[in-house]
Write a protein that binds this ligand. Structure first.
Ligand code: FES
Length: 388
């Protein structure tokens, strides 16, 4: 065989021989100063992702008979992290013996977060929301998770034209998205179809009209199902109605509202054969299963060095059972998607709510569950991390 001589290989050898003495020299000449305790990147990461935040209710006002707007400030520091308009926070509180939390879309804008202001609008529709709607008062303290969620505009994925469809209290993330557009923090062109039964139920109409007047890229179409109104369309948010205002083919859809609205609009959009990535739904919490006489099982929960045995109903998620018992189990979306409640299954038959299994294949294979969407079918034992 013929080998070519490589003079550069020889040079590399020489350099390699010198490497150790050169390093020793540089170390000897280096500054004799301890490394910084914190690096700028870590400080920024902590600012953007604080994990849990201590907050205080600063203002509350009724938006309708059933919806109350709540304004919070952070008390562990003086600003909220910048977030993506459309995201949610989960708010935790103690009600009686239960330690409960619920996710709510953020109404205020990312810019307002930097002014230490975060607004939620809560519809009175359950145990926690009833407490927030009727009992929470100014100066009350809460624990809140950092803003999270995938329901936001993504430049690389979405069309510049976004069609937003809101039903009832599902308007909340779109107020933030419209506000963020008006603030100059987003560059999409947004048309919002806002459906309600009557004009009185169109919460935030005044704010939306004001934003529309000041922002060229925003248009709002109000749609009432039960009432005629000079400023509104009558009926439902059908494809025909939307086509009257915009091109449906070159757009990305964002929807937030009740399941009935998702089903209806989904059927309307089906003939367009849109790619999956062109339609985003905001997640809804996984609720109780409709059952007449649910059985009660024993749930054994390992949390670090402690073991608890608590009751768990067959129609309630394991997360609800733990909250009822006052255990501080981690959770955010309560819809199976974020993985924040990720826990180890030890024993016991269980079922996962339909279309809610957001686990990775490996998690499924190695026995991990999401307690927020898992219902017991017999006595169970699980290992759960502590929230904080
Ligand atoms: S809380 Fe998000 S997956 Fe369970």
């Amino acid at each position: 065989m013929n080998f070519k001589k490589k003079p550069f290989g020889f040079m590399d050898m020489l350099r390699f021989k010198k490497m150790v003495p050169t390093r020793r020299k540089m170390l000897a000449e280096g500054e004799n100063k301890p490394l910084p305790q914190e690096y700028r990147t870590n400080i920024l990461a902590k600012k953007l992702h604080p994990g849990y935040m201590q907050v205080e209710l600063t203002d509350a006002r009724a938006l309708s008979d059933t919806i109350r707007e709540l304004t919070f400030k952070r008390v562990d520091t003086n600003e909220f992290p910048f977030f993506r308009a459309g995201q949610y926070v989960s708010i935790q509180m103690k009600i009686g013996d239960s330690l409960v939390s619920r996710p709510y879309s953020i109404v205020s804008t990312p810019k307002q977060a930097l002014e230490n202001k975060l607004v939620l609008a809560v519809e009175n529709a359950g145990f926690v929301s009833e407490y927030l709607n009727k009992k929470a008062k100014v100066c009350d303290s809460f624990v809140m998770t950092e803003p999270s969620g995938e329901f936001h505009y993504e430049t690389l994925r979405d069309s510049k034209n976004i069609i937003c469809i809101a039903g009832g209290s599902g308007i909340t993330p779109f107020i933030s998205m419209a506000g963020s557009l008006a603030d100059g923090d987003e560059n999409y062109s947004m048309i919002l179809f806002y459906g309600a039964r009557t004009a009185a139920q169109l919460i935030y109409k005044t704010e939306l009209d004001k934003l529309t007047a000041q922002c060229k890229g925003l248009k709002v179409v109000y749609v009432l199902s039960d009432e005629e109104h000079p400023e509104c369309e009558k009926g439902f948010i059908s494809a025909k109605l939307m086509e009257k205002y915009t091109d449906l083919t070159d757009s990305t859809f964002f929807m937030c509202g009740p399941q009935a609205m998702y089903d209806f609009v989904g059927k309307e959009l089906a003939p367009l054969n849109l790619p999956i990535k062109a339609v985003h739904h905001d997640a809804t919490c996984c609720g109780d299963l409709p059952m007449d006489n649910p059985k009660e099982f024993k749930l054994t929960v390992h949390m670090r060095d402690d073991v608890y045995t608590i009751p768990a109903k067959e129609n309630e998620t394991l997360l609800t059972a733990m909250e009822r018992a006052g255990l501080n189990a981690p959770n955010k979306c309560r819809a199976g998607g974020c993985g924040f409640c990720h826990s180890k299954w030890i024993s016991g038959k269980h079922r996962v709510a339909e279309n809610r299994d957001g686990r990775r294949e490996a998690d499924r294979k190695f026995g991990f569950i999401h307690p927020c969407v898992t219902y017991p079918m017999e006595d169970m034992e699980i290992d759960v991390p502590v929230a904080y």
